[in-house]
Ligand binder design. Structure first.
Ligand code: OX2
Length: 817
């Protein structure tokens, strides 16, 4: 049970740690060294709770969810761990006593950026909720040496810098070599008849292997003493350079295995929602999946279970198709190592695996060439072939004579292994991540599968953890909320609706707006320090932070900024409420249009920010290296939440929920979870514009969209588009943004131009922006609107999402200590 915080002991431990780690006294240590020392002091408590939790799990033997994900975007650990230990304020005070500032210490920690964006951060929020709700769970992933690259902006362009996040060591992780597993690649399958069992045995020969070594990272439940585990796998060579292996002539094999181990966990693929078919990526997938499946089975057997009932004690949630090879790996182990027959193994597998789909974007769908797949994973491929053969038989039985169905649904077709099809065929659950997204899956993208197996499909609208994104990220608002309605919201966000009572209260409104103002001052200071730009915290902070993607339409945002600038220049007398447009976004290193958009934002910023004639009415800021740690501060300071994806393209979005929780109304399309946000808060407390998903899908199916018409008929649009190629923002270089221009226009009506309907939505976006300004001018109205956003955000906690996964998919047992 929770022990009382002992200030004296904590201070002594910090001092001690500095001494033993660095041979220094406190006053000689750097802030980074103090960060390490404080983290180790916190870890002390964590380890006790970790031991106790795992002991209870052993005793109670609950069902475990293994959340398998290529990405866990954890951000910083120290502050969050202290929050969840309910020791944040105590530690802050203790450190103050010895002249240290916890904020400065927290800033020393590099983000654990083992993910790209929403998908990876969702996994991190889920782990927080699982621990807080008391469910036995493992996050299973890869311990990348280099996480998401650091972004530098040079001359307006994005430069990618390697993220050596482990440089100073990770104080919270624990290496567990005793749980290492061997993972085999390549070679060939040797079939051997076993006269005893009268069955064939399949033996992989001449393979290369690596040793997967787990590192455990503690995941702390809020205030309940529970500590779960994020297990990330490192790769080591199985055989070191040993003299005897030289003698056996295995020298080259040893070298190759060394290289394999070195390469496999080297770096996170930084392309978000884009599949490139790289061999190393498939190696990464199989590597962590095989190790995780082996570990899950070992744990199950150590608790004395009958392997035929594995699914009663374990379930695998596949975070998108990336870990889908788990299906075949589980089959392989059950058949080849545990001696089950095909049907028995299939029953276990199909009751164990469940799949979450995160996107309908075609370029994200994973398909592996047969040649590559079978060469790398020969035995696993055989199993996939057999799964496919049987699945095709099922399709034939259901739709006799219908070749079309086979073409569209087979797992192996056209020389490719289709991972989504494998996940759906073998999963007992297929879920989308917001109501609209799940409907699109059922009625469009996965229609054939839905018709054949409707019972598998369900929705789980995403959520976020209020512990990180309000309690930690926005301490002023968190305190204010607690003063008004108590602190139950921390573990039950539905309670935050009690704030509705204060929405019309003048005093509450003023306090609320004052907190927003202070958060804006904090962000303005960060911007001054990092960008050298002065922004006015009294201006409207209009924010779009997320990965850079054409479908997310940062281009629409910046074109509208150019339009506003034109308007202000043309009508200097016009009433205009000062605005600061804030962007933050990383582009995949090879994504040219995305990188050009970053350059455009930065050049537009340069021109506007340096134009004294507009009297500071407009500012544009591109925040370098947008990541979890600065995101927390950005959400807290936002007035307007830009969620402007082409309707139907954003599966859910989760940034939208973080803004809402921090009191920023949504300016957005009816896409992803925006739809549900509007349902909760009411249309009058959001700014909605643009084509509907049905309209977009209809254009995509039937054609008829003509961006040139908008160019010809709307002079505002024509003007900003011409400014892309007349050198206005490029020092007379008419080619700099030519590709962006071409992406929007085409001389004929062509389905290749403006595929994300930017021109179609431009006008209604500009109108919605006018409404934002109008609303903001009325301070009481705005305060009420912003407060209602906070008050109506209860649905969007990941606690709710996880409880739904537990009740409707995983069926886990709740554990209390
Ligand atoms: C993202 C989706 O684009 C986003 O809409 C969603 O909120 C997030 O996943 C979490 O569900 N890679 N990233 C995503 O999908 C894929 C694939």
């Amino acid at each position: 049970m929770k022990k009382k915080f002992d200030k004296k002991k904590f201070i002594a431990e910090v001092k001690d740690n500095v001494k033993t780690l660095y041979r220094k006294n406190l006053d000689e240590a750097t802030q980074e060294q103090i960060f390490q020392a404080v983290s180790y002091a916190a870890k002390d408590t964590i380890i006790d709770n970790w031991l106790e939790t795992q002991e209870q799990y052993e005793k109670q033997n609950p069902k475990i969810v293994y959340y398998m994900s290529m990405e866990f975007l954890m951000g910083r650990a120290l502050g969050n761990n202290l929050i969840n230990l309910c020791e944040y304020d105590e530690v802050k005070e203790a450190l103050e006593e010895i002249g240290l500032d916890l904020n400065v210490i927290e800033d020393q920690e590099p983000d654990a950026a083992l993910g790209n964006g929403g998908l990876g951060r969702l996994a991190a929020c889920f782990l927080d909720s699982l621990a807080t709700l008391g469910y036995d769970s493992y996050g299973c992933g890869i311990r990348y040496r280099y996480g998401m690259f650091k972004q530098k902006i040079e001359n307006g362009y994005q430069i990618e810098v390697p993220d050596n996040w482990l440089k100073n060591g990770n104080p919270f992780e624990l290496r567990r070599p005793e749980y290492a597993k061997e993972v085999k690649f390549g070679g060939h399958v040797h079939v051997e008849y076993d006269p005893k069992t009268k069955e064939n045995k399949f033996i992989q020969r001449d393979y290369q292997s690596v040793r997967a070594v787990p590192y455990d990272i503690p995941i702390i439940g809020y205030g309940n003493g529970i500590v779960n585990t994020l297990r990330v796998w490192d790769a080591e060579a199985v055989s070191d350079f040993q003299l005897d292996s030289f003698n056996k002539g295995d020298y080259m094999k040893a070298v190759e295995e060394q290289n394999l181990a070195r390469n496999i966990v080297e770096v996170l693929y930084p392309a978000d929602e884009h599949y490139a078919g790289k061999e190393l990526r498939l190696k990464q997938q199989y590597f962590f999946v095989s190790a995780s499946v082996q570990a899950a089975i070992a744990k199950f057997k150590s608790r004395g279970g009958d392997i035929r009932k594995f699914y009663e004690k374990a379930t695998f949630q596949l975070n998108d198709t990336h870990p889908t090879v788990a299906v075949a790996e589980l089959m392989r182990i059950l058949i080849d190592e545990e001696g089950l027959g095909w049907d028995e193994a299939w029953e276990v597998t199909t009751k164990t695996c469940a799949y979450t789909n995160h996107t309908i974007m075609a370029e994200a769908l994973e398909k592996w060439p047969i040649e590559l797949f079978s060469r790398l994973l020969p035995r696993v491929y055989q199993i996939v072939e057999e799964i496919n053969r049987r699945f095709v038989e099922e399709i034939k039985a259901k739709y006799p004579g219908n070749q079309e169905k086979i073409r569209k649904m087979a797992i192996i077709y056209d020389g490719q292994v289709k991972m989504a099809h494998l996940a759906i065929a073998a999963g007992y659950s297929v879920n989308g991540v917001a109501a609209l997204h799940t409907e699109i899956l059922k009625n469009q993208e996965l229609k054939d599968f839905y018709e054949m197996m409707p019972e598998k499909f369900n929705n789980k609208t995403n959520g976020i953890t209020q512990r990180r994104f309000l309690l930690h990220g926005n301490p002023l608002l968190a305190k204010w909320v607690t003063e008004h309605i108590g602190d139950e919201w921390v573990t039950d966000l539905s309670k935050i609706s009690k704030l509705k009572l204060f929405a019309d209260d003048k005093k509450a409104q003023q306090e609320f707006m004052n907190i927003k103002y202070q958060n804006k001052v904090r962000l303005a200071k960060y911007i001054k320090e990092h960008n050298g730009i002065d922004v006015d915290p009294r201006s409207i902070f209009d924010v779009q932070v997320k990965r850079l993607h054409e479908y997310k339409r940062q281009l629409l945002n910046i074109l509208h900024v150019m339009h506003l600038y034109n308007t202000i220049k043309d009508h200097p007398e016009m009433k205009f409420y000062p605005r600061t447009f804030i962007f933050g976004a990383k582009a995949a290193a090879g994504y040219r249009r995305a990188k050009q958009t970053i350059k455009l934002i930065n050049t537009v910023a340069d021109v506007i920010n340096n134009d004294a004639s507009i009297g500071g009415k407009l500012k544009v800021v591109f925040i370098e290296d947008y990541r979890v740690s600065n995101a927390e501060m950005i959400f807290a300071a936002a007035d307007v939440s830009e969620q402007i994806s082409t309707a139907s393209k954003e599966a859910s979005g989760t940034g939208n929920m973080k803004f809402m929780l921090n009191g920023a109304p949504t300016l957005g399309t009816m896409d992803g979870a925006n739809v549900e946000i509007v349902q909760e808060v009411g249309e009058e407390n959001a700014f909605i514009f643009g084509l509907s998903s049905d309209e977009v899908i209809n254009y995509e199916k039937n054609g008829g969209y003509c961006p040139m018409d908008y160019f010809n008929n709307d002079q505002d649009i024509r003007r900003v588009l011409m400014q892309l190629i007349n050198g206005e923002y490029s020092g007379n270089d008419s080619e700099m943004f030519r590709d962006l221009y071409n992406s929007l226009l085409n001389t004929q009506c062509s389905d290749k131009a403006d595929t994300y309907f930017i021109l179609a939505d431009f006008k209604s976006y500009a109108e919605a922006q006018k409404k934002v300004e109008e609303a903001y001018r009325d301070e009481a109205r705005w305060a009420k609107m912003a407060m209602l956003n906070v008050a109506c955000s209860g649905k969007f906690t990941s606690d709710r999402t996880i409880q739904e996964y537990v009740d409707e998919i995983w069926k886990l047992d709740k554990v209390t200590l």
